[in-house]
Design a protein around this ligand. Structure first.
Ligand SMILES: [Ca+2]
Ligand SMILES: [Ca+2]
Ligand SMILES: [Ca+2]
Length: 377
């Protein structure tokens, strides 16, 4: 059985009707138009994006009732979920494939669309990575069962691997710039004549030109394969880029709250200027925006960036503090190096500095009051 899975941008994934599926989550749900319960009506497979819990829901398209509802990972994980759908065990019914998001290892699982039972559970890449993993599904070895295709998460090269339901590696390659450390999104488009088309995108690239289609054969032939036995890629980074994740979260918060453009620009400027000041206080090399205290030797700049982003975002979007706190804790938990505590102090100071600085300039700039009058934004 083949499914048509289109790789969608975050904007295209917005499904207003399901915006209330998950209480207290930030961002959009991921949805895939698939008939999971095989009654001829498209159902909805949904999971919160980064900031939400690992809660997977399958909604019956005919009745609107929950067909399946389960946690794919530990409930306290809030890094978001990558979703794929395919019939990986060949019983004719769609199954649900999940990849842990930001802060998680490249942990891939698959669940039966019939009853939610576990079909697959493994790490697609080095289990020490913490950039998550992207997943999709298609029958790449043409055995009648869909396979699990995985793309490395943030902080890793454009590394793509494909597994069958037994966990055997059936495809392993790099696609695109091997020096990139932004990971690679994967998708799959069914193509009856020559097998599935592998779709790839580099996370964070501008939409429209980001998606590239490749013959599924590419997984096995067109570019040099990586030694399947190697547990990690050369030069593969082990830390996700914390700044791009917070930027993504800021953009989603702005969109979700319909923040007016001038204030959205101000909010992004505040967040990024504060992060710059925090990291620069530790690593030096540039003139800071606001004077910063000398950072303790060995302070973690990653921890500083996380704390700065958390504090500025919490001030700018106060209703979302709980979600931001979860992401902060998740990210800090992935940093094993010493210097986290010092980094947090540096980050807190940088955030407080710019918030105070901007508040005195424009005391109402941080407040957004919805309204329809000409003077209201
Ligand atoms: Ca259905
Ligand atoms: Ca199945
Ligand atoms: Ca297959």
């Amino acid at each position: 059985m083949t499914y048509y899975l289109k790789l969608l941008t975050l904007e295209e994934r917005e499904v207003p009707a399901v915006s209330q599926l998950f209480a207290n989550f930030i961002g959009e749900v991921t949805d895939l138009p698939i008939d999971v319960n095989d009654d001829g009506v498209v159902d909805l497979v949904a999971a919160p994006m980064v900031g939400g819990g690992p809660h997977i829901k399958v909604i019956d398209g005919k009745t609107g009732a929950e067909w399946l509802s389960f946690f794919a990972y530990a409930p306290e994980f809030h890094g978001g979920i990558s979703l794929g759908v395919g019939d990986i065990n060949g019983d004719g019914r769609a199954d649900i494939i999940t990849g842990a998001g930001i802060g998680g290892g490249p942990h891939v699982q698959a669940f039966s669309g019939v009853d939610g039972s576990e079909l697959f559970n493994g790490f697609a890449f080095d289990s020490n990575l913490r950039g998550g993993v992207f997943v999709a599904s298609g029958d790449f070895d043409n055995d009648g069962r869909d396979d699990i295709v995985t793309g490395a998460g943030d902080g890793s090269g454009p590394h793509v691997r494909c597994f069958n339901v037994e966990g055997n590696l059936i495809g392993n390659t790099m696609i695109g710039d091997v020096n990139s450390r932004r990971g690679i999104r994967v998708g799959c488009q069914a193509n009856d004549s020559s097998g599935p088309v592998l779709l790839t995108a580099i996370p964070g690239e501008s939409r429209g030109q980001s998606y590239r289609g490749f013959s599924g054969q590419l997984l096995n032939s067109d570019v040099p394969n990586i030694d399947p036995n190697s547990s990690s890629m050369p030069n593969e980074a082990t830390k996700p880029n914390v700044v791009t994740i917070w930027n993504d979260l800021a953009l989603r918060a702005i969109r979700a709250e319909k923040t007016a453009p001038p204030r959205a620009a101000l909010a992004l400027a505040i967040v990024h200027t504060a992060i710059f000041d925090a990291v620069n206080a530790i690593e030096g090399g540039y003139e800071s925006y606001l004077p910063q205290a000398e950072a303790p030797r060995g302070a973690s700049s990653a921890a500083a960036a996380i704390e700065t982003a958390f504090r500025t975002m919490s001030s700018l979007f106060p209703t979302r503090v709980e979600d931001f706190q979860k992401l902060r804790d998740t990210q800090l938990g992935t940093l094993s190096e010493p210097g986290n505590a010092d980094g947090i102090v540096v980050g807190a100071a940088a955030a407080a500095g710019i918030l105070t600085n901007r508040a005195s300039d424009q005391p109402t700039a941080m407040l957004y009051t919805p309204g329809s009058e000409p003077s209201q934004l």
